[in-house]
Design a protein around this ligand. Structure first.
Ligand code: ZN
Length: 193
C-alpha cells in the first residue's frame, strides 16, 4: 500500500481535501501565471456550484380545468457527484397532470437546475425534483421525472464507460400505472428526445 495513500486515509475529510489540492498544485507549476490563484478560484467555483439559488414555485388555480399531461423536455442540467465531486450532466424530462394547481412553465427548468446544484446522487436528485414539484402543485394527479446523464467519474476514470448514460426516474400518481396513457406518452416523448 502506498504510504502516502495510507496517511491520507487516516486524515479528516477537510484536512485530506486541502492537503491534496495543495499537493496537486505544487506538483505542477504553482509559479506559472496561470496557476497563481488557482486554489482560490477552485474554492470559489466549488462554492458557486454548490449554492442553489432561490426558486419561487409560483402556482395558479387550474381554471378552466386542464386535465392533460404537461411536459417540459429536455432540460439541460449540471450537477456534482456526491461520491467523487466531479460533474455529471445531461437532460431532465419533467411531466405532470394537474389537480387544482398549474405551475408557471419556466419554474420547472429553474427547479431542475437549482436543485441539481450541490453534491448529489442522481437517483436521489430525481426523486427530490419530483417531490418538490409534487409539493408545490399541492394535489397533482401525477408527477414524473426522468434524468439521463453522463457521469465524468465513470467516463474519465474507473471503468471508462464514456458511452454509458445513467437513466433514473421517479413516477408518482397516474404515471405509476402502466395501463394509463400518461406514462406511455411521457416515456415515448422522453425516448424520442
Ligand atoms: Zn461519482
Amino acid at each position: 500500500m502506498d504510504t502516502r495513500l495510507e496517511r491520507y486515509r487516516s486524515s479528516s475529510d477537510a484536512d485530506l481535501a486541502s492537503e491534496l489540492l495543495g499537493r496537486i498544485i505544487e506538483e505542477f507549476d504553482p509559479e506559472s501565471e496561470h496557476m497563481k490563484g488557482t486554489a482560490l478560484r477552485y474554492v470559489e467555483m466549488l462554492k458557486e456550484l454548490t449554492t442553489p439559488g432561490e426558486v419561487d414555485l409560483t402556482v395558479f388555480n387550474n381554471k378552466p380545468k386542464v386535465d392533460e399531461m404537461i411536459v417540459v423536455s429536455p432540460i439541460s442540467f449540471h450537477s456534482l457527484c456526491a461520491h467523487h465531486i466531479i460533474p455529471f450532466f445531461g437532460t431532465a424530462h419533467v411531466a405532470y397532470v394537474p389537480g387544482s394547481k398549474l405551475i408557471g412553465l419556466s419554474k420547472i427548468p429553474r427547479l431542475v437546475r437549482e436543485t441539481a446544484k450541490g453534491l448529489h446522487v442522481q437517483e436521489v436528485l430525481t426523486w427530490s425534483i419530483a417531490h418538490l414539484l409534487d409539493e408545490a402543485l399541492e394535489d397533482p394527479i401525477g408527477v414524473a421525472v426522468v434524468m439521463k446523464a453522463e457521469h465524468m467519474c465513470m467516463s474519465m476514470r474507473g471503468v471508462r464507460a464514456d458511452e454509458a448514460r445513467t437513466i433514473t426516474s421517479t413516477m408518482q400518481g397516474c404515471f405509476l400505472d402502466p395501463k394509463k396513457h400518461a406514462r406511455q406518452e411521457f416515456l415515448m416523448l422522453v425516448n424520442g428526445a
